[in-house]
Ligand binder design. Structure first.
Ligand code: CA
Length: 223
């Protein structure tokens, strides 16, 4: 899971991108104007930023310029108006790593997000790790394959996302609400026992000791 900042003033586009990123297991944050986007980018640890150019308050070029002048090397993918060669060149000149012309297909944006996260991970400039290995469980986030003590384990998409959030927070108690929000989305019925059911599935695959129940609170991976 990567922390991704979306700076986009069109609510429809921002929520479409956020929803898709969440489905891929990432944690998106939305800022809807230039100043708040810059503020978020400088005060929190993000692995990547998706930045619109036309923004109220301060345009994307200025956000990028200030970000780079404050020393941030965060990968930035800029969203430009369709066929605006000037915007594209200017964006790359001012320190963007990549760009997408609007309108874009989500799959295309995700492919670029993956490339940038991988490069940042390889160059050591991001906290994003491709492979998580904790307590005998290995999770490869490029291939989405899990192994338990060297043996492959098949995971469904939900099981993968659940295991990933556990492995990113080893030893920490995650509440049912946190897990429900992260894996199933905010509009899922909070009274549902789907989290408990899926923790049960993971225990069958990983061994029952992998995830501890913290009574009345939630669950904890690898103590
Ligand atoms: Ca805009």
């Amino acid at each position: 899971m990567a922390q991704i900042l979306i700076v986009e003033d069109e609510a429809r586009i921002a929520s479409f991108v956020a929803k898709g990123l969440r489905a891929e297991g990432h944690q998106p944050t939305i800022a809807s104007d230039g100043p708040s986007g810059l503020d978020e980018a400088l005060s929190n640890r993000f692995d990547l930023m998706v930045l619109d150019i036309g923004l109220p308050g301060m345009d994307g070029f200025e956000v990028l310029d200030q970000l780079r002048s404050q020393g941030s090397r965060m990968p930035v993918i800029v969203l430009t108006a369709r066929d605006s060669v000037t915007d594209t060149v200017a964006a790359l000149d001012s320190g963007a790593d990549d760009y997408m012309a609007k309108p874009f297909r989500f799959a295309e944006l995700m492919a670029r997000v993956r490339v940038r996260l991988r490069q940042a991970s390889e160059s050591g400039s991001s906290a994003y790790e491709d492979v998580l290995t904790i307590a005998g469980v290995r999770l490869d986030r490029r291939t989405r394959l899990a192994q338990v003590r060297g043996t492959d384990v098949d995971l469904s998409a939900r099981e993968y996302t659940l295991l990933e959030i556990f492995m990113l927070n080893p030893g920490q108690v995650l509440t049912r609400e946190q897990l429900l929000d992260h894996v199933w989305g905010y509009d899922f019925d909070p009274g549902s026992n789907v989290v408990d059911v899926y923790v049960g599935y993971l225990r069958k695959k990983l061994g029952s000791a992998a995830i501890a129940t913290v009574r009345g609170v939630g669950y904890r991976f690898a103590t």
